[in-house]
Design a protein around this ligand. Structure first.
Ligand SMILES: Cc1cc2nc3c(=O)[nH]c(=O)nc-3n(C[C@H](O)[C@H](O)[C@H](O)COP(=O)(O)OP(=O)(O)OC[C@H]3O[C@@H](n4cnc5c(N)ncnc54)[C@H](O)[C@@H]3O)c2cc1C
Length: 337
């Protein structure tokens, strides 16, 4: 294991601000994971795992060891008439893996096409888009438990998946995820509930869509709506969609008839954070090189050289104005360091 010092994190995360890691290394196999753990223990240093850095914001230098996850490999574990189980290295690129499954005709992940990042990060916030969350296809997650100093395999139920959350998100410094087992369907049931997916299929006159048709539709929708992080710095949705009580929802709906929300239980509604932010007038607003994306208010973007602190301060202003107008506290989806 090679460790560099005072390494700029700029190339390693999608906001591309120039904070530094006191120590930096790469993880290419399980032995490296153990070495990272031992080294950090001996040097009394915190560890931060980085995948593609598309869900991170550094507001200051990281005073510890940043380890970039690069364990690769896709291995078939079992195949039956109906299902395939694959074990995938945490460092694999998420979208490439989804494309691999789509081309093989194995369904379940096609609605998650074009989400940036690594496979290993996918369970952390239980990535989701267009009516699908990754938890639906995860059989188990293998990770090194830094608390017990041993590898462990957690079955789906043990991962405590929720909306943009999991055990790994709740205990952020405990696990280094090394591989994931996915279960995919050979006769998949396609999820086209989202109107926008149906619209694209209709436009293309596709009546019996294949996995590839769904994936291509999602890629088209996302490419039109979201900034490409390799061109414009961003971390996707910066905030989570907040949950409010039905009473609060009824009150808000009376005052703001255009409110975008949907029920998630008999007593709670999920509110579109993008609508709250847009209604406060933030969409397209720019301060210095930081801005609220003109096509999607939920995304904070950088238009040039920025510091992570500037992005953080900009997001704090958004949180404040949303709170003042709606009495709703927005929570950041992005991991802040
Ligand atoms: C344009 C854009 C669109 C996006 N769209 C979506 C979307 O539709 N839905 C969605 O859910 N997300 C979306 N995201 C967010 C992001 O793509 C996902 O959260 C993705 O899973 C992050 O992967 P990553 O490898 O970049 O993780 P990183 O940003 O590198 O890390 C994220 C967190 O996971 C931890 N981590 C990463 N890998 C490991 C590991 N192997 N073991 C332990 N901890 C680890 C990190 O320490 C950090 O806390 C979007 C981001 C962008 C930029």
């Amino acid at each position: 294991m090679q460790i560099s010092t005072n390494t700029s994190l700029k190339p390693y995360h999608s906001f591309a601000s120039d904070e530094h890691a006191k120590f930096f290394t790469n993880i290419i196999n399980e032995q490296d994971v153990v070495a990272v753990s031992n080294w950090a223990k001996e040097n009394n240093t915190p560890i931060l795992i980085i995948g593609s850095g598309t869900n991170m914001l550094f507001t200051t230098n990281f005073n510890g060891l940043v380890a970039k996850m690069e364990i690769m490999g896709i291995k078939k574990i079992t195949e039956t008439a109906s299902d395939v189980i694959l074990e995938v290295g945490a460092g694999e690129n998420w979208h490439h893996f989804v494309m691999y499954c789509v081309h093989k005709g194995w369904g379940g992940l096609e609605n998650l096409s074009l989400i940036p990042g690594t496979v290993g990060a996918s369970p952390i916030q239980n990535i989701g888009a267009y009516g699908v969350e990754v938890e639906a296809c995860i059989n188990s997650v293998t990770a090194f438990d830094l608390l017990n100093g041993a590898f462990t395999t957690l079955k789906n139920e043990a991962c405590l998946f929720k909306y943009r959350s999991s055990l790994f998100k709740q205990q952020p410094n405990r696990y280094i995820i090394t591989s994931i087992q996915f279960q995919l369907k050979k006769q998949p049931i396609l999820k086209t509930d989202y109107g926008v997916i149906r619209d694209v299929l209709h436009e293309k006159n596709i009546k019996n869509p294949s996995l590839a048709d769904i994936s291509n539709a999602i890629i088209q929708i996302r490419s039109n709506k979201l900034p490409d992080p390799s061109k414009i710095g961003n971390a996707g949705s910066f905030f989570k969609n907040p949950t409010i009580s039905i009473d609060k929802y009824n009150l808000l709906k009376e005052n703001f008839p255009g409110l975008i929300a949907y029920p998630i239980s008999d007593i709670e509604y999920k509110i579109a954070a993008g609508w709250l932010i847009e209604t406060c007038g933030w969409k397209g607003v720019k301060k210095g090189n930081v801005g609220c994306y003109e096509k999607q208010a939920l995304v904070i973007v950088s238009y040039g050289i920025i510091s992570g602190k500037e992005v953080y301060d900009f997001s704090a202003e958004i949180i404040q104005t949303v709170f003042e107008k709606f009495d709703i506290q927005l929570e950041r989806e992005v991991n802040v360091y």
